[in-house]
Design a protein around this ligand. Structure first.
Ligand SMILES: CC(C)(COP(=O)(O)OP(=O)(O)OC[C@H]1O[C@@H](n2cnc3c(N)ncnc32)[C@H](O)[C@@H]1OP(=O)(O)O)[C@@H](O)C(=O)NCCC(=O)NCCS
Length: 373
């Protein structure tokens, strides 16, 4: 069978970052304003007063300290509470393609490849900026790559699902060098006026260069030993935004058209599934979990990652074994485990094994076993 490697990764990080204190200050100003404006209804008992948020809660519940965003002024304006991202003319590169291209160029440089070497691009992420043409095709044109390109969405698991699609395409002979790009502008689907989730997400873009081992020219690539995907329907993480919305005007602008979740339920249901998948995936591949030098896990919640790593290893993982980037980046949806892989793999030695694992809405879980060449 054709051996396939990840030969480069790239990361675009927005310039603007929001600390928990900044986020909470803006949120609490919004709450006081909302409660003052609705004082009568609240006093009459027809409307519930909103409760304030706290930076201590955010760190304790999630481990998140800050998040990067495309635009912080809109998010931190108590009269607005969502980013300003102006629409661009059709003949200008879109914002999502723009950040995708930045991460793609870094990944290509690391892999010693040019855009002309690329014959497939998969843009795999939670939110696409439009229905069509595919963002991936815009990225393909902007890079000057050939072949084919398409978008796919499996929420937070998009990058590992995209990775399997890339590996399969290379093994089947339909492509030789594939970019898996995850440009996540999560700030645009987040309800910053909901204290249960206003702190969760951040913006970022990642790219992986996936190619046949025999075309790889760089040291330190990671061979993909196996991929495993799993889905199981759940409404615990859901966003009803979509093209049918205008066909039932009663729901336009309603809360369900943005990200929402039952965080506790997700925590309880997903952690055991993820740990089980990693253990069985490794076992079926003949890999002892003790030989997994690194777990590049989806970055949604620190306690979740600690629990999953403990279940997999049978003991607490060190930060070196299960690196954390969510403190700085928050939950960047599909990009989280790839940021961890991008930032914490270069110290591994030839032959070392690891697993990239994502999980999220769907539910969906993707695990990818890799070995440093
Ligand atoms: C979202 C999450 C961080 C919330 O943490 P949690 O410990 O479950 O917190 P809860 O939602 O149970 O809330 C605990 C209490 O804090 C309160 N609270 C919620 N948000 C708050 C905030 N911003 N500030 C202060 N208090 C807050 C709640 O109202 C609740 O109060 P109560 O006990 O009086 O009812 C956590 O559940 C999580 O990360 N789940 C997994 C999410 C995930 O991976 N999703 C995938 C997304 S792609």
């Amino acid at each position: 069978m054709q051996r396939v490697v990840i030969s480069g990764t790239g990361l675009f990080t927005p310039e603007q970052s929001i600390s928990n204190d900044e986020l909470v200050t803006a949120f609490n100003a919004y709450v006081r304003r909302h409660n003052a404006e609705n004082a009568e209804a609240i006093a009459a008992g027809t409307l519930q007063a909103l409760a304030e948020s706290s930076a201590e809660f955010i760190v304790k519940a999630s481990g998140i300290q800050s998040r990067y965003v495309i635009d912080k002024t809109g998010v931190l304006d108590p009269a607005r509470m969502f980013p300003h991202i102006p629409e661009r003319p059709d003949d200008q590169l879109g914002i999502q393609a723009e950040i995708a291209v930045i991460s793609a160029r870094e990944a290509l440089a690391q892999a010693g490849k040019t855009p002309q070497d690329v014959d497939a691009i998969i843009v795999a992420c939670s939110n696409m900026q439009r229905a069509y043409p595919a963002v991936a095709i815009e990225v393909q044109q902007a890079l000057g790559a050939g072949g084919y390109a398409y978008d796919m969405n499996v929420a937070c698991s998009s990058a590992t699902f995209g990775l399997q699609a890339a590996v399969d395409a290379i093994r089947a002979g339909s492509a030789r060098c594939v970019l898996v790009v995850s440009p996540e502008i999560t700030s645009a689907h987040l309800e910053f006026r909901d204290r249960d989730c206003h702190f969760i997400f951040g913006d970022v873009a990642t790219t992986m260069v996936v190619e046949a081992a025999d075309t790889c020219t760089v040291e330190g690539a990671f061979e993909v030993l196996g991929t495993r995907l799993q889905t199981q329907f759940s409404n615990a993480i859901r966003n009803n935004f979509g093209f049918l919305n205008r066909c039932d005007e009663s729901g336009v602008g309603a809360r369900d058209k943005l990200f929402r979740q039952e965080g506790r339920k997700v925590f309880k249901e997903v952690c055991p599934m993820v740990a089980e998948q990693i253990v069985t995936h490794a076992g079926d591949a003949g890999v002892a979990v003790d030989d997994l030098k690194r777990l590049w896990l989806h970055q949604a919640n620190l306690s979740m990652n600690e629990l999953i790593a403990r279940r997999v290893l049978g003991r607490d993982a060190t930060r070196e074994e299960a690196p954390v980037i969510l403190d700085e980046y928050a939950n960047t949806s599909s990009a989280g485990s790839i940021i961890a892989f991008h930032s914490y793999r270069h110290d591994l030695a030839s032959g070392d094994l690891g697993v990239i694992c994502s999980f999220g809405a769907g539910y969906s879980i993707g695990s990818v076993l890799v070995r440093r060449c």
